[in-house]
Design a protein around this ligand. Sequence first.
Ligand code: ARG
Length: 587
Amino acid sequence: MASVTSLSDSVHQRLAAALSAALPQAGSADPLLRRSDRADFQANGILALAKKEKANPRELAAQVVSRVESGDVIKDIEVSGPGFLNITITDRAITETLAARYADDTGRLGVPHAERPGTTVIDYAQPNVAKEMHVGHLRSAVIGDSVTQLLEFTGESVVRRHHIGDWGTQFGMLIQYLEEHPHELDHKADEVSGEEAMSNLDRIYKAARKLFDADEEFKTRARRRVVDLQAGEPRTLAMWQKFVDESKIYFFSVFEKLDMEIRDPDIVGESGYNDMLAETCRLLEESGVAVRSEGALCVFFDDIKGPDGKPVPLIVQKSDGGYGYAATDLSAIRDRVFTIKANTLLYVVDARQSLHFKMVFETARRAGWLNEDVKAVQLAFGTVLGKDGKPFKTREGETVRLVDLLDEAIDRASAVVREKAQDLSEEEIAERGTQVGIGAVKYADLSTSANRDYKFDLDQMVSLNGDTSVYLQYAYARIQSILRKAGEARPVAHPELNLHEAERALGLHADSFAATVAEAAAEYAPHKMTAYLYQLASHYTTFYDKCPVLKAESPEQIENRLFLCDITARTLHRGMALLGIRTPERL
Ligand code: ARG
């Protein structure tokens, strides 16, 4: 793999070397390099260092300047203010660095792998069996998919786990209900599949829930059914399996609509840990991490108390012997740590489950399953809000079905594509409409930092102006159209050419893609990638306004500008792919 040293890393290395030559006792001090408006970069680290070593900051800065190796990369370096360094890069270095990225035929644009990649288990896209997916399931899927792409791009081994809700009391309830009302399934689910079957199942689920809450005797029968299920009674198990299979067909159809690859072996639902539950409880009880309290097996925490001031425990086993959500998650941790041998467990789950995860992680730490070498993190996300700023509901006050929402986004986007379409067939409009619509939904979700709520506003999402995926997709498609129009002229880097200010700004930004990938992956922060790409497209727009491409002054300049166009396009394409968003060649 041809990894390329970025300009900021080159400058950093040179400054660090000059700094330790000027002040050997400082060791490997950080010059604190930033992009700057005044020059290309500014180093702010000298002030603090001088203070620490009781030196004069401006003098120290001057010594660094005199020792810095300049010429090939650094064109100018000067002391400014109380002891900052302003650094300007040579045009040649910008073009040569980008040319090296362009030459990387692995499609990685010269982005290196992380120094010490590990294994991460990511728990995301975890809908519930026998229930329709709603808007709340969108974020886990979209954020999880992007973080997976980002991590894999840095060389991390990523194991996906879709922890679907496929076990527990509700299935006893559902199975018992259908045993007692067999006709409800007969003429429906056997003939239809996918969305329609799921909508029937969802309806039956709600009817069963109603009966369960209203009728004590039914409740008892349903509870007995759960025991049958957990004991593996064949008829009960077969019915359960039918729901799971039916639901999975539906999940796959929704994920496909989301343009997301979810693989069957990665779906390990709550039922997958059934065999570990008793052992998990035994380990926790024997080690004293969990204690019996009023018959239930509980873990207590000093800092977690209810409104009445009494401690709220994590219940690992209920007093009737049943296991719940916590026992499953604790068992999943054992599996992920000891069998999969992960170093990081990442959970992309709604912030409303934060207390659950806090207690589960702390329990696992006390049990020694998590420690300095194995960490668990909840990537908690906020709520999707309607235009009114309240949790997103239909006009009737019901939760919004994810499929309906995606279909609407596709419709809106198709209208936008149709309006702008010049030479697209109906079929192409439909295809692009899907890519633009799904992209818009994903981008809007990813561009807000995960922990914040955001408003689901389709008008804003499919807008051509502003921080939207459509804007980026059009930027990409426009570049492709220029490259097509170039005819004989090819993109070729010419490091000997002087660059326009707008070319330098675009080039420096394109070069910082590698740093953005590293940061977005390390912080599980896809919104840093969206912000980067939006800036890239903005730099490109300025460049395109200021610098004629096909009508440039010389054949070399035409080639070099086509090269800048092409590397911008490739960076947009790669970055959008890391967000799970397509970049159509024509729009
Ligand atoms: N199925 C759950 C829900 O829809 C999310 C599961 C989260 N993952 C976990 N390991 N608990 O709320």
